[in-house]
Design a protein. Sequence first.
Lengths: 213, 213
Amino acid sequence: MPKRENISMSVIRRLPRYYRFLTHLKEKGVTRISSTELSVKLGLTASQIRQDLNCFGGFGQQGYGYIVDQLCDEIGNILGLSNRYKTILIGAGNLGRAIATHMQFEEEGFELIGIFDSSPSKTGTRINGKIVMDTTELEDFCEKEKPVMAILCIPREGVHSILERLYSLGVRNFWNFSHYDISMRYEDTVVENVHLNDSLMTLCYRISNPNNK
Amino acid sequence: MPKRENISMSVIRRLPRYYRFLTHLKEKGVTRISSTELSVKLGLTASQIRQDLNCFGGFGQQGYGYIVDQLCDEIGNILGLSNRYKTILIGAGNLGRAIATHMQFEEEGFELIGIFDSSPSKTGTRINGKIVMDTTELEDFCEKEKPVMAILCIPREGVHSILERLYSLGVRNFWNFSHYDISMRYEDTVVENVHLNDSLMTLCYRISNPNNK
DNA sequence: ATCGTTATGTTAAATATATAACTATTATCT
DNA sequence: AGATAATAGTTATATATTTAACATAACGAT
């Protein structure tokens, strides 16, 4: 579908923002919007928005603008949100539990099909109606259900070994919340690291250095 | 302290990663490291690492490398991690609870001094020993304690009004987890948005478009 | 219908970022 | 102590990203 290949990550990372805002407009009943209006609302330049969208195709009409409904759908398609990638969650601590209950996976291309933890205090409990399984059950479960993605909400120490196991079970995509960088030991994996600590530290820097732009 | 001013965000966002890795090295007892070694471990170029560090000063020794312990401290200072910025958390749902228990604020420049929620089912309960207060108590609390930062873990709808209140109470820094972009309605604020949904959507894109680089 | 206005799609310029090349300094070995 | 190797700091180049400018197409009013 992409008009060109190799879209830069800078562009990709703005798409969800567009999608989010367009969904909001749709809900408000707005049917039409121009790149200039969008740029004002989003704090970007109109040029950038047009460039971004034109990486994937011409979704607008000259002299008119973009049809909100249509553009929203297009971006959703580009992002692949209609997928239902089978996903498992490893780690049912506070963070894992929050992710499981807080995220609306079905609206963002995923389906949470299993939750695992190694601690007996967690296994057997329920999160959003789903029973937390013991990590020893991982092999059986994966062979049967073939999940394609794993969310990692476990302490640093456990990551390496669980990663090896998951990889050998065919899992290639990881959403990593652990205090550890999974930086491509394998070629065919996709990793999205969410480092809340890093985010907090950069915030600390910016508070401490207010004259930095 | 910065050698030059206006350090780019690209550089700032790498600092926590360096800090994290150096801390790890320190714990392992490594005393010395070169930019080349670092580059291999972090998957960056040695050039970039040297450039990044030299934005703030010459911390290494030619022909020798960097002293892990010292470099780690320097980066910690640059980030301002020895601060104890007084912080409040708004929203004690699953995510807020996870943030409160999961983050080690004291090690990253902050101190969590209060947790607030508007729901009677949450107020009065305890998180990490701290009682969840009602948001109506916000004014009294802030006037007394003068927090400088607020973590927002509330639904989209509530953000706008709580933001106005917090701003008028002197809070200027925000760590925003809500499904809403706080993009600078005020000049003197610092906002770090953490959009887990956006992160998940970009992951979805990358899974759906494996040939994208 | 025609003309002016609007706003996209596209090409070009400017800026920012990352990489490579070079220089200078220090450690280490003989 | 001198020579050599190693490695940071710095300058220059290349690449990526953003912004601006332009040219073209569609809408809408007259």
